[in-house]
Design a protein around this ligand. Sequence first.
Ligand code: SAM
Length: 214
Amino acid sequence: MVNTEIMRIDNLKIDRAREISNNIKGIFLLEKFLGGFEGKHILDIGCGTGIDSTAYILDIGCGTGIDTTAVGREYYPYIAKIISRRGGIVYGFDMGFINKSKSDLERFRKETGVIPIPGVIEHIDEILEGKQFDSIISSSVMGYPTKNLDWIETMKKLYPSTKLDGYHHHFKLRGEIVNIDRTSLEEMGFNVLSDFRENNGLGSALVLHKEYNA
Ligand SMILES: C[S@@+](CC[C@H](N)C(=O)[O-])C[C@H]1O[C@@H](n2cnc3c(N)ncnc32)[C@H](O)[C@@H]1O
Protein backbone atom coordinates (compact mmCIF):
# COMPACT_ATOMS: atom_id res chain seq x y z
CA MET A 1 0.00 0.00 0.00
CA VAL A 2 1.40 3.39 -0.89
CA ASN A 3 1.81 6.02 1.82
CA THR A 4 -0.91 8.33 0.48
CA GLU A 5 -3.43 5.50 0.62
CA ILE A 6 -2.46 4.70 4.21
CA MET A 7 -2.93 8.38 5.06
CA ARG A 8 -6.32 8.42 3.35
CA ILE A 9 -7.49 5.41 5.36
CA ASP A 10 -6.13 6.95 8.57
CA ASN A 11 -7.99 10.19 7.85
CA LEU A 12 -11.16 8.26 7.13
CA LYS A 13 -10.79 6.44 10.46
CA ILE A 14 -10.26 9.73 12.30
CA ASP A 15 -13.31 11.31 10.63
CA ARG A 16 -15.42 8.26 11.41
CA ALA A 17 -14.20 8.26 15.01
CA ARG A 18 -15.19 11.94 15.34
CA GLU A 19 -18.62 11.20 13.93
CA ILE A 20 -19.14 8.31 16.33
CA SER A 21 -17.96 10.44 19.21
CA ASN A 22 -20.58 13.07 18.19
CA ASN A 23 -23.17 10.33 18.42
CA ILE A 24 -22.01 9.37 21.91
CA LYS A 25 -22.05 13.03 23.00
CA GLY A 26 -25.64 13.21 21.73
CA ILE A 27 -26.53 10.17 23.81
CA PHE A 28 -25.11 11.85 26.94
CA LEU A 29 -27.23 14.91 26.14
CA LEU A 30 -30.24 12.62 25.85
CA GLU A 31 -29.36 11.23 29.27
CA LYS A 32 -29.57 14.77 30.64
CA PHE A 33 -32.94 15.38 28.95
CA LEU A 34 -34.31 12.20 30.51
CA GLY A 35 -32.87 13.00 33.95
CA GLY A 36 -30.68 9.89 33.74
CA PHE A 37 -31.09 6.50 32.06
CA GLU A 38 -31.64 4.58 35.30
CA GLY A 39 -34.84 2.53 34.94
CA LYS A 40 -35.77 4.26 31.68
CA HIS A 41 -37.04 2.17 28.78
CA ILE A 42 -35.06 2.79 25.61
CA LEU A 43 -35.63 1.32 22.16
CA ASP A 44 -32.61 1.19 19.82
CA ILE A 45 -33.82 0.53 16.27
CA GLY A 46 -31.27 -1.31 14.14
CA CYS A 47 -28.98 -1.58 17.15
CA GLY A 48 -26.59 -4.05 15.52
CA THR A 49 -26.31 -7.69 16.43
CA GLY A 50 -22.57 -8.39 16.62
CA ILE A 51 -21.70 -10.00 19.90
CA ASP A 52 -18.07 -10.95 19.41
CA SER A 53 -16.29 -7.82 20.52
CA THR A 54 -12.81 -9.09 19.80
CA ALA A 55 -12.64 -8.35 16.08
CA TYR A 56 -12.68 -4.56 16.12
CA ILE A 57 -12.22 -2.80 12.85
CA LEU A 58 -12.42 0.57 14.52
CA ASP A 59 -11.60 1.50 18.07
CA ILE A 60 -12.28 5.10 18.88
CA GLY A 61 -10.19 4.74 22.02
CA CYS A 62 -12.14 7.25 24.04
CA GLY A 63 -10.77 5.75 27.21
CA THR A 64 -14.08 4.50 28.55
CA GLY A 65 -13.94 0.97 27.27
CA ILE A 66 -16.48 1.93 24.63
CA ASP A 67 -15.59 0.61 21.23
CA THR A 68 -17.38 0.82 17.99
CA THR A 69 -17.00 -1.93 15.56
CA ALA A 70 -18.45 -4.03 12.87
CA VAL A 71 -17.80 -7.68 13.45
CA GLY A 72 -17.62 -9.33 10.10
CA ARG A 73 -20.77 -7.99 8.53
CA GLU A 74 -22.54 -7.42 11.83
CA TYR A 75 -22.48 -4.13 13.67
CA TYR A 76 -21.67 -3.96 17.33
CA PRO A 77 -24.49 -2.45 19.44
CA TYR A 78 -22.22 0.14 21.03
CA ILE A 79 -24.87 2.76 21.77
CA ALA A 80 -27.35 0.26 23.25
CA LYS A 81 -24.58 -1.13 25.43
CA ILE A 82 -23.53 2.32 26.69
CA ILE A 83 -27.11 3.08 27.74
CA SER A 84 -27.55 -0.33 29.33
CA ARG A 85 -24.35 0.15 31.33
CA ARG A 86 -25.73 3.48 32.51
CA GLY A 87 -28.83 1.86 33.97
CA GLY A 88 -31.25 1.98 31.03
CA ILE A 89 -33.55 -0.92 30.21
CA VAL A 90 -32.58 -1.21 26.57
CA TYR A 91 -34.42 -3.06 23.84
CA GLY A 92 -32.43 -3.65 20.68
CA PHE A 93 -34.64 -4.05 17.62
CA ASP A 94 -32.92 -5.52 14.57
CA MET A 95 -33.75 -7.73 11.62
CA GLY A 96 -30.37 -9.39 12.14
CA PHE A 97 -31.85 -11.18 15.17
CA ILE A 98 -34.45 -12.96 13.06
CA ASN A 99 -32.09 -15.71 11.98
CA LYS A 100 -30.30 -16.08 15.32
CA SER A 101 -30.77 -19.10 17.55
CA LYS A 102 -32.24 -18.82 21.02
CA SER A 103 -28.81 -19.38 22.54
CA ASP A 104 -27.30 -16.63 20.35
CA LEU A 105 -29.98 -14.22 21.57
CA GLU A 106 -29.32 -15.21 25.18
CA ARG A 107 -25.60 -14.69 24.66
CA PHE A 108 -26.28 -11.28 23.12
CA ARG A 109 -28.40 -10.30 26.10
CA LYS A 110 -25.83 -11.53 28.59
CA GLU A 111 -22.91 -9.88 26.85
CA THR A 112 -24.50 -6.51 26.12
CA GLY A 113 -27.26 -6.18 28.73
CA VAL A 114 -29.58 -5.37 25.82
CA ILE A 115 -32.88 -7.20 25.27
CA PRO A 116 -32.96 -8.36 21.63
CA ILE A 117 -36.17 -7.93 19.63
CA PRO A 118 -36.12 -9.63 16.21
CA GLY A 119 -38.12 -7.90 13.50
CA VAL A 120 -38.23 -5.62 10.51
CA ILE A 121 -38.89 -1.91 10.93
CA GLU A 122 -41.70 -2.13 8.35
CA HIS A 123 -43.72 -4.12 10.96
CA ILE A 124 -42.42 -2.44 14.09
CA ASP A 125 -45.86 -1.33 15.33
CA GLU A 126 -47.21 -4.91 15.24
CA ILE A 127 -44.13 -6.20 17.03
CA LEU A 128 -44.10 -3.55 19.77
CA GLU A 129 -47.80 -4.16 20.50
CA GLY A 130 -48.41 -0.77 22.07
CA LYS A 131 -45.36 -0.82 24.36
CA GLN A 132 -44.12 2.69 25.15
CA PHE A 133 -40.56 3.95 25.60
CA ASP A 134 -38.98 6.94 27.31
CA SER A 135 -36.69 7.20 24.35
CA ILE A 136 -36.39 5.80 20.85
CA ILE A 137 -33.03 6.00 19.15
CA SER A 138 -31.20 4.81 16.07
CA SER A 139 -27.76 5.29 14.64
CA SER A 140 -26.75 4.76 11.04
CA VAL A 141 -30.09 3.22 10.24
CA MET A 142 -32.25 6.00 8.80
CA GLY A 143 -29.88 6.73 5.95
CA TYR A 144 -28.16 3.42 5.41
CA PRO A 145 -28.93 0.67 4.59
CA THR A 146 -32.62 1.33 5.03
CA LYS A 147 -32.81 4.29 2.67
CA ASN A 148 -35.83 2.90 0.87
CA LEU A 149 -37.89 2.79 4.01
CA ASP A 150 -40.61 5.46 4.34
CA TRP A 151 -39.44 7.15 7.53
CA ILE A 152 -42.47 9.43 7.80
CA GLU A 153 -44.75 6.37 7.88
CA THR A 154 -42.35 4.71 10.34
CA MET A 155 -42.33 7.77 12.62
CA LYS A 156 -46.14 7.77 12.56
CA LYS A 157 -45.96 4.20 13.86
CA LEU A 158 -43.39 5.16 16.49
CA TYR A 159 -45.24 8.23 17.78
CA PRO A 160 -47.72 6.17 19.88
CA SER A 161 -44.77 4.11 21.18
CA THR A 162 -43.15 7.26 22.56
CA LYS A 163 -44.11 8.15 26.14
CA LEU A 164 -45.30 11.67 26.92
CA ASP A 165 -42.20 13.75 27.68
CA GLY A 166 -40.18 11.14 25.77
CA TYR A 167 -37.36 11.85 23.34
CA HIS A 168 -36.01 10.51 20.06
CA HIS A 169 -32.36 10.63 19.03
CA HIS A 170 -31.58 9.47 15.48
CA PHE A 171 -28.01 9.74 14.31
CA LYS A 172 -26.72 9.60 10.77
CA LEU A 173 -23.20 9.51 9.43
CA ARG A 174 -21.90 11.90 6.83
CA GLY A 175 -23.01 10.76 3.42
CA GLU A 176 -26.13 9.02 4.66
CA ILE A 177 -29.19 10.60 3.08
CA VAL A 178 -32.40 10.67 5.08
CA ASN A 179 -35.69 11.71 3.55
CA ILE A 180 -37.64 13.04 6.48
CA ASP A 181 -39.02 16.54 6.75
CA ARG A 182 -39.48 18.72 9.79
CA THR A 183 -43.04 19.80 8.97
CA SER A 184 -44.37 16.23 8.80
CA LEU A 185 -42.77 15.47 12.17
CA GLU A 186 -44.32 18.61 13.69
CA GLU A 187 -47.73 17.71 12.24
CA MET A 188 -47.46 14.35 14.00
CA GLY A 189 -47.02 16.20 17.28
CA PHE A 190 -43.25 16.07 17.77
CA ASN A 191 -41.30 19.11 18.86
CA VAL A 192 -38.23 19.06 16.60
CA LEU A 193 -35.30 20.07 18.82
CA SER A 194 -32.64 19.40 16.26
CA ASP A 195 -32.88 18.66 12.59
CA PHE A 196 -30.35 16.61 10.64
CA ARG A 197 -27.66 19.00 9.58
CA GLU A 198 -24.14 18.70 8.31
CA ASN A 199 -22.86 21.20 10.87
CA ASN A 200 -19.18 20.32 10.73
CA GLY A 201 -19.44 17.69 8.04
CA LEU A 202 -19.17 14.98 10.64
CA GLY A 203 -22.65 13.63 10.88
CA SER A 204 -25.72 14.86 12.70
CA ALA A 205 -28.75 13.94 14.75
CA LEU A 206 -32.49 14.37 14.66
CA VAL A 207 -33.73 15.05 18.18
CA LEU A 208 -37.45 15.03 18.92
CA HIS A 209 -39.54 15.62 22.02
CA LYS A 210 -43.11 14.48 22.63
CA GLU A 211 -44.37 17.15 24.98
CA TYR A 212 -47.01 16.71 27.69
CA ASN A 213 -49.52 18.79 25.78
CA ALA A 214 -48.99 16.76 22.57
C1 SAM B 1 -25.40 0.34 9.60
S1 SAM B 1 -25.99 -0.78 10.84
C2 SAM B 1 -25.95 0.28 12.28
C3 SAM B 1 -25.80 -0.51 13.55
C4 SAM B 1 -25.65 0.31 14.83
N1 SAM B 1 -26.86 1.05 15.12
C5 SAM B 1 -24.45 1.23 14.73
O1 SAM B 1 -24.64 2.45 14.86
O2 SAM B 1 -23.35 0.74 14.56
C6 SAM B 1 -27.73 -0.88 10.45
C7 SAM B 1 -28.49 -1.91 11.27
O3 SAM B 1 -29.86 -1.79 10.97
C8 SAM B 1 -30.44 -3.07 10.78
N2 SAM B 1 -31.54 -2.90 9.82
C9 SAM B 1 -31.43 -2.40 8.56
N3 SAM B 1 -32.64 -2.38 7.96
C10 SAM B 1 -33.53 -2.88 8.85
C11 SAM B 1 -34.94 -3.12 8.81
N4 SAM B 1 -35.66 -2.82 7.73
N5 SAM B 1 -35.52 -3.67 9.91
C12 SAM B 1 -34.78 -3.97 11.03
N6 SAM B 1 -33.45 -3.75 11.12
C13 SAM B 1 -32.82 -3.22 10.05
C14 SAM B 1 -29.29 -3.93 10.25
O4 SAM B 1 -29.51 -5.30 10.53
C15 SAM B 1 -28.07 -3.35 10.98
O5 SAM B 1 -27.79 -4.03 12.18
